[in-house]
Design a protein around this ligand. Sequence first.
Ligand code: IMP
Ligand code: MG
Length: 174
Amino acid sequence: MSETVRVMLEEDVVNKRIAELAKALSEEFEGEQLHLICILKGSIFFTCELAKRITVPVTMDFMSVSSYGSGTTSSGNVIIKKDLDEDIEGKNVVVIEDIIDTGRTLASLLKLLEKRNPKKLKLCTLLDKPDRRIADVSVDYTGFVIPDEFVVGYGLDYDQRYRNLPYIGILELS
Ligand code: IMP
Ligand code: MG
């Protein structure tokens, strides 16, 4: 089977949009502090690029959850592989996700984080694939709404590969 990647969103387009999201977040939390939660591993590039452009004080933590195996469809099981290092009680928390597909991962994750009593709990995703939504998730900040295609790059993987592509591309398997 051969794999090819077709460019969907060029690097400069992605970075420009991230700058807009950072501006909007900085405005919403003007005079306050932001606690960013990067959902490993897919959100790592997005979190870094976003954090660099936010103008209010930022702290960061990392969490690893899993709902996908090595293929391209959701298993529906959400497992916490690495929990946060710090308490989020009373903090302005922004969960940073790479992509929301069925929404199952985020729906369970947000419920769990809500129980830890953050001051605010917001969700920021680089990509949203609404066509495949199963669970109800309210997204506060979205980079791009995309069609139902399997995408890689800018942190997103297919079987752990392609994360390092500086752009977002559609993975074509033939
Ligand atoms: P959900 O629970 O179905 O919303 O799945 C969300 C997670 O599935 C994301 O954090 C990604 O890790 C993965 N995922 C969903 N769609 C894609 C895709 O098109 N490319 C790469 N990973 C994806
Ligand atoms: Mg992921």
